[in-house]
Design a protein around this ligand. Sequence first.
Ligand SMILES: C[S@@+](CC[C@H](N)C(=O)[O-])C[C@H]1O[C@@H](n2cnc3c(N)ncnc32)[C@H](O)[C@@H]1O
Length: 256
Amino acid sequence: MDYLEINKEAWNKRTEIHVKSKFYDVDGFLKGKNVLNEIEINELGDVKGKTLLHLQCHFGLDTLSWARLGAKVTGVDLSSTAIETAKKLTLNTGLEADFICSDIYSFGETSTEKYDIVFTSYGAVCWIPDLEKWAETIAKNLKPGGTFYIAEFHPFYDIFSGYPYFYNQQPIIEKEGTYTENDNGEKSEIACWSHPISEVVNSLLKAGIQIILFNEYSYSPYNCFEGMIEREKGKFYLTHKGEDIPLVYTIKGIKN
Ligand SMILES: C[S@@+](CC[C@H](N)C(=O)[O-])C[C@H]1O[C@@H](n2cnc3c(N)ncnc32)[C@H](O)[C@@H]1O
């Protein structure tokens, strides 16, 4: 089973749907909206003049939003449709950005550039089979003293949706649609993996990234799971037995 081929095809199809969705609001972005959330903007801090590598950048809205905040950005993604779209958006906005179509392991093996910041977010780690190799890729692409930052969906949600919490080398293979409101009902095969937070933390530590921040949030900035309630603008909650469940975690680290 070639998990990269399966996931590339699924993400190419998803991207075509996502660019037309209200969820991603490309029109709003083209009018100047910064699509990043206060979680990552506040925690990552000032990016002005810094080089920023965005791993699994999808079709580049977050990457280009970091460029709007002054970062010199490079985005990497497996999906050719996503990268072609990101390149068109770069031209349309007049921003400067490099976008590279690659899976992150191959990118890590060939890249020679060292960045001030490596960033990844929301729905990234479940597509990665081996987090030790992922963390090595991150560390290899960071300058000494450079910053790694991830804002990711909390695996607590996966448990309540019937997915395993703990890692298994064998991927979970299933047929899925997508998470935007304009999902057309077509399902594509995907391959993904569960990664407990301890595995994320230990992989980063083993790769020489010293963790300086770890947070958990009781809301998601995205309305992407069934049954979410928007209690405050842009903050979507889910409860179990009347109590909020954690929906997002963030980690910031510095390369030794
Ligand atoms: C949920 S999206 C990332 C979400 C992003 N925060 C956003 O909404 O813009 C996951 C992305 O990971 C990419 N991806 C999946 N497996 C990958 C891999 N092995 N290497 C690089 N990119 C990968 C997909 O193509 C997709 O664009």
